[in-house]
Design a protein around this ligand. Structure first.
Ligand SMILES: Cc1cc2nc3c(=O)[nH]c(=O)nc-3n(C[C@H](O)[C@H](O)[C@H](O)COP(=O)(O)O)c2cc1C
Length: 261
């Protein structure tokens, strides 16, 4: 597995071996916490390692969350302020750790279960301003990771408008969108090719959906953006991404991406 094709090996792993990962791998992972790069300069975030996965159950809130939690030897808990930009950034940050773990041949699974912020604070110190959290389960997978050729996804032209007008390199970069995970596996992100730049939008669930689902869409869009930017970097392309101030303008507009060849 390489820095380019890790996206094809990553999948949501729901069956883990019971054993803990080696302490030195845990330490190396913690060192990565300092190396991740935010997409929004002013976004706040924090990352915690739950070394003993059995502790995670106690932080769950509500019955549905019990069913959502995937049993794993370890978890990462990422926290931020309850703010659309922060949550978008959290997806972008978390997927960098997913990349790191995947390259160690470890399995990962993002978990959208609701956590009690009170109980989290009993497990580790959480910044006072942070009241949003998301989890990534990880550990040694029962079945080794392998290159995945077919995933259940929308077609590329449904998520990238103007895909056919892109250069071959840009098509390769755009297609990395389809390897990204999303909470409902509905790829709630759209790119529009707009005179040399790519405008990035999210698609919010219609009808009376809970705020929780909308928050997960912000996480999803951060994750997918990381797949695109990381793939462009791996081909040697420089990327500029200007984050929209998510409190202003079109609610669904996330920002604009420019690939500088
Ligand atoms: C933000 C987020 C939350 C998720 N929450 C859960 C979850 O609670 N339980 C679960 O089994 N899978 C969860 N998933 C995994 C998705 O179901 C999975 O990514 C999707 O079905 C695509 O499959 P793949 O990741 O194997 O490509 C979540 C994924 C994301 C990105």
């Amino acid at each position: 597995m390489t820095h380019v094709d890790w996206i094809h090996f990553r999948k949501s792993v729901r069956k883990y071996k019971k054993n803990n990962i080696e302490p030195k791998v845990q330490e190396a992972l913690k060192a990565q916490f300092e190396k991740v790069e935010p997409i929004a300069a002013h976004a706040a975030y924090d990352i915690h390692l739950v070394e003993d996965g059995r502790q995670m159950k106690q932080a769950l809130e509500g019955l549905a969350s019990r069913y959502m939690l995937v049993k794993a030897p370890h978890y990462l808990v990422l926290t931020c302020r309850n703010d659309a930009t922060d949550i978008f950034n959290l997806g972008y940050i978390g997927e960098q750790l997913v990349k790191y773990l995947t390259l160690q041949n470890l399995g990962t699974c993002w978990i959208g279960a609701r956590l009690s912020q009170e109980k989290l604070r009993e497990m580790f110190p959480v910044d006072e301003s942070h009241d949003f959290s998301i989890v990534i389960a990880f550990g040694e997978p029962v079945a080794p990771l392998e290159f995945i050729r077919n995933r259940k996804r929308k077609g590329i032209e449904e998520v990238f408008y103007g895909f056919n007008t892109l250069s071959d390199t840009d098509k390769f970069i755009a297609e990395s969108l389809l390897t990204a995970p999303s909470a409902m596996n509905n790829q709630p992100w759209r790119f529009y090719f707009n005179g040399g730049v790519w405008d990035y939008y999210k698609t919010l669930p219609k009808g009376i959906f809970s705020k929780a689902l909308r928050d997960l869409v912000n996480v999803d869009t951060g994750i997918a953006l990381y797949h695109v930017i990381e793939t462009a970097h791996s081909l040697g392309s420089a990327i500029q991404f200007e984050v929209m101030d998510l409190h202003k303008g079109d609610q669904n507009y996330m920002g604009t991406l420019k690939i500088c060849d």
